[in-house]
Design a protein around this ligand. Sequence first.
Ligand code: SF4
Length: 411
Amino acid sequence: MTVGDYIELLADVGGKPGIDCRGFCSYCYFKKVKDFVPFGCRFCSPLSEGCDYCGRAIAETYPGFKPFLRVAQDVLATLKMSPKDPEKITISGGGDVSCYPHLIELAELLSSLQVPIHLGYTSGKGFDSRDAAETLVGLNVREVSFTVFATDPALRKRYMADPSPEASLECLSTFCASCDVYAAAVIIPGINDGDVLRRTCNDLEEQGARGLILMRFANQAKEGLILGNAPIMRDIESQSIESFKELVSTINDDYKLRVTGTPLWDPTIGSPFYISTNPGAYLPKTSKRATVITGAVAGPYLRSIFKRVAPNVNVVNTEKEIACLITLDDIQKLKLEDMEETVIIPGRAMVHDKAVADVLRADGVYRIVRRGPEQLTVDGEMSIGLNCDEVLKSEVDGFTELLRTIEAVGT
Ligand code: SF4
């Protein structure tokens, strides 16, 4: 992966959620996923609906962990093709890297490249003693993304199916002492919010974690569960986006940790859509007419930004909260009389181009349908490692591309 001039290498160990992480966490988004019909997506061929991405990869359905040799070969092949030496190597997968049986071997191999290693999204459930973390730190692991859920071992045992919660938490504290640790917690109302969350934040702060990503628990299809598996937890009421945003701000105010939330909010930067409060940031203007379809969270932000630079663009949002998870049934629920003759859909919407065009022309009006850029902003999971300028640059790039598309194909 290249981020500007920065090169990051990925060591993908594969693995299946729930299977290659010692059993499903109660809140896992991949729980209860059965066979599903591919959605169609930006990677599909124009003629056929369904590809490896929208039919398999989005559900992280790897057959299992990859053999060590295969991971090593893949890394070395990518390294050979890389224009320059990587600055970081991330070990990640569909399962949990702490459960990868060859993790230490892999870290040994990668440490010979003398590049800092990042453990991407581990729950720590595979660590049975503090020794594992000590060994990994000795092998140049310098950054860890650790799903903590709560620092209460009993809660980890019950809600994360963690067989050795004390050892996992000891590893977390060992990592905190020597690495940049970004902890994460899916917040389940009534389970790990309130006092439990405060104790978790106290512990993380005391141990020296760099940041905490709070994740709003999605329990309904409109909140992003598109794999037919809602609700994941019965009897749990979802938290509204507004109340979640407030929680993120409060925790950020009360602790020294850098706190962000997903699907929103980064109180330090003011993102997503930091650009909406930066009227000075340059964006090209257009007077063309077009409709931009987006998700419920982005809708109000986009309306305020377009008012300034593209007053003839109307923004229509779906009931689905996240634009990247819009599926065809979300588009089918929209009113065609609200659509201009040019319609831009989110770049990552989970729909096939032809199917969405058919729906948007069902009233006999021939509408030009285009995909917008892959992203218009960054969410808290990404922004926790960025500064204001980096977020603003990413948003300016996204909006510039979108406005140019509207200028080119709008009416
Ligand atoms: S560790 Fe992650 S992938 Fe595995 S069950 Fe828990 S949430 Fe799902």
